[in-house]
Each structure stands twice: as C-alpha cells, then as structure tokens.
Design a protein around this ligand. Structure first.
Ligand code: 13P
Length: 254
C-alpha cells in the first residue's frame, strides 16, 4: 500500500522565527500519526531553523524550489547540494514558478534529475489552468507535463518522485476539484501516463497528491479516493489546527 503523504507548501509566508514557532507547535501533535508521511516545505531562509527544530522527529522538511546546476554564477539561486542536510524534499515546477518565473518543462526535468542525484525527493507539480480546463485540454496537457518531467529518468528513480496534480484554477481560490474529478485526473491521467512510460508496477508504486484548496473540510473525501495518495496544501498548511486536523483525518482512514 502507498503511504499517504501530506505536504504543506508555505509559499512566501512566515519569518524564520514564525516558522520555528509553528513547527514546535505541530511537532507533538503530528507525532501521534506516524502512519502518515508529513512534510513542511518552507522558504529557504527558514530551512536551517526548521531542520533544527524537527531534528529526530518524523516530520519531513522540504524546499520549494532549487536550481539544476551544482554551483555557479546563478545569482539568487540555491543548489541541491546546498539543500542536502537541511531538506529531504523539494517542490519542483509549482505552477506559480511556471507562471511567474518562467519555468519550463525542460527546466523542470533538469531539476528533477539534479534533485534525485542528490538524494532529495522531488515533489513534481503538474496541472492545467482554467482556460485549458474549459477547452477540454486537461488530459493532454497534464499527460504532456508528466512525460516531459520524466524524460530520461529511469524507472527506479521514478518510483522516488512524488507527483502533485494541482489544477491552477483551484489554487488559492477556494474552488476544489470534486474528489471524483481529482481522482480521475490523478488516476487516469497522471498514473496512467506513468504506466505508459514505465509500466503498471511503477505506476502502482508512485505517490500522487492532489493540491488546490485542500483543507480540513475536504481532506477526508479526497483521501478516500483510490488514486489520491496525499495532498499538497497551501493556505490550510499555515494554520496549526488545520494542518494537524488534515493529518489526523488522513490517519483515521487507514
Ligand atoms: P492552496 O491550498 O492555498 O489552494 O494552494 C495549493 C498549492 O498551490 C500547494 O502547492
């Protein structure tokens, strides 16, 4: 069985001091649910303090981006080697990075390779925007994003990637894809594409999250779906009560 994975994507929120306060608060509460893999993806500057505050605790630490190069003249960027030791996970290709910072499928592929080579678990984000959704392009778009992201990646490596299906129209809008629709895209399209590339065995191993206005009210219904293995949570991951409740509700279903 695939272990459920709930990851908070804090985006550009919380100072390092606020980050430490938050993880100290969730630490004892989340420890009660070891059957759920939990991750907090925090801004770069908070990584050292958060990693320190969570040392020895089963709450994973993640970054929200990285560069594909090992080092060099890339002002403002951070490499996988720099993250190593501070983070275990890294979000790659979030729609906000693609939309506001010009990230391409090719760059996403390079970042996944670099993350895997450094032993970081990539959380690869894919998803369509509203216009694509309304034009009936969701399936072809999402499938093409998955294919591009996994170019030249071995089956063995692919098993270590987490994929987050995040429809852009559902991010931060309060609109969630219905659990049936989310499950259909996660299953038929994302897992289906992985199966086409690597075969059914890899497709059954790989974990697929849903993201987009996931919260404490809808998480149980989403997690009850057979092809949804977790969630990438924005707004609701910033509040201790909501995040812990989402972990609890997920654990309750196991
Ligand atoms: P919200 O949960 O705030 O909609 O954000 C989702 C997201 O983008 C997580 O990466």
């Amino acid at each position: 069985m695939r272990k459920p994975i709930l990851a908070g994507n804090w985006k550009m929120n919380k100072t390092p001091a606020e980050a430490v306060e938050f993880v100290r608060a969730i630490r004892p509460l989340i420890a009660k649910y070891p059957q759920v893999e939990t991750v907090v993806c925090v801004p770069f500057v908070s990584l050292p303090a958060v990693a320190d505050a969570l040392a020895g605790v089963k709450v994973g630490v993640g970054a929200q981006n990285m560069h594909w190069a090992a080092s060099g003249a890339y002002t403002g960027e951070v490499s996988a080697a720099m993250l190593k030791g501070l983070a275990d996970y890294v979000i790659i290709g979030h729609s906000e990075r693609r939309q506001y910072f010009g990230e391409t499928d090719e760059g996403v592929n390079k970042k996944i390779k670099a993350a895997l080579a450094s032993g970081l678990v990539p959380i690869l984000c894919v998803g369509e925007d509203l216009a694509q959704n309304e034009a009936g392009l969701t399936e072809s778009w999402v499938s093409a994003q998955v294919r591009a992201a996994f170019a030249d990646i071995t089956a063995e490596q692919a098993c270590g990637v987490v994929i987050a299906y995040e429809p852009i129209w559902a991010i931060g809008t309060g609109k969630t894809a219905t659990s049936e629709v989310a499950n259909r895209i996660c299953g038929l399209v994302v897992r289906g594409t992985v199966a086409e590339i690597y075969g059914e065995e890899v497709a059954q191993q790989i974990r697929i999250q849903y993201g987009g206005s996931a919260n404490e009210k809808n998480i149980a219904e989403l997690m009850a779906m057979p092809d949804i293995d977790g969630a990438l949570i924005g707004g609701a991951s910033l509040k201790v009560e909501s995040f812990v409740e989402m972990v609890r509700a997920t654990a309750e279903q196991l």
